[in-house]
Design a protein around this ligand. Structure first.
Ligand code: SAH
Length: 203
């Protein structure tokens, strides 16, 4: 599937009905999600693979993985309201996804899932809770040998220290995350947040 075709399919999906800033509920814009998935697929990490989307929210990454022919897609998410939107989105695309309501910090849950070939995730950036992305990184490395994640630009040195000895960052693709006004304290309609899409490989 072409990058633009994927982007158009993901653009039509619904976002969060009532985003909760405490758990940083921002849907990944279609352009960023498609970029991550397309790149991962070119490297052989999506089509025909078992893929897990951690903190799947409204399911944009999980849906994209299913559209690219993943053999199994599981989405894990804390918020039942977001999962209801995700289920609707996947039904609209005729995408078969297993949704699990749960917390990525729940060790027993994570250890009982998988194994997967690839984890895809847009974890909280830690704007509200510093290091909120760490439990996502930990869970991802339990679940799969290869992880694609979207992080705040400038996170690499911190992540490298955190990953030390467990995994390595293989490459980063930079991009601008067009964050639309979704919360009352946002002062602009759209702001560009610089992000990095990272491929992390378990050692
Ligand atoms: N992956 C989605 C949503 C990104 S926002 C997308 O790309 O559009 C981050 C998501 O992580 C939110 O849906 C939030 O509810 C979820 N989340 C935050 N903390 C979590 C936790 N501890 N366990 C599971 N999900 C969590």
């Amino acid at each position: 599937m072409k990058l633009r075709t994927l982007e158009i399919a993901l653009e039509g999906l619904d976002g969060f009905a009532r985003p909760d800033p405490r758990i940083e509920q921002y849907s990944t814009p279609a352009v960023v999600a498609a970029r991550l998935l397309h790149h991962a697929d070119l490297l052989g990490d999506i089509g025909g693979k078992a893929v897990c989307d951690l903190g799947c929210g409204t399911g944009v990454l999980a849906c994209g993985a299913a559209l690219l022919g993943a053999s199994r897609v599981v989405g894990v998410e804390l918020d039942p309201g977001a999962l209801a939107v995700a289920a609707r989105n996947s039904a609209r695309l005729d995408a078969e996804i297993e949704f699990v309501q749960g917390d990525v910090r729940d060790r027993a849950l994570i250890e009982g899932m998988g194994p997967f070939d690839t984890v895809i995730m847009n974890p909280p950036f830690g704007a509200q809770d510093p290091h909120a992305d760490r439990p996502f990184v930990d869970a991802a490395l339990v679940l799969a040998p290869v992880v694609y994640g979207i992080f705040n630009s400038g996170s690499i040195p911190f992540l490298e220290t955190y990953l030390s000895g467990r995994a390595e960052i293989e490459f980063a693709i930079g991009g601008i995350f067009p964050l639309k006004r979704t919360l009352p304290f946002h002062r602009h309609d759209v702001v560009g947040i610089e992000v990095e899409i990272l491929r992390i490989r378990r050692l």
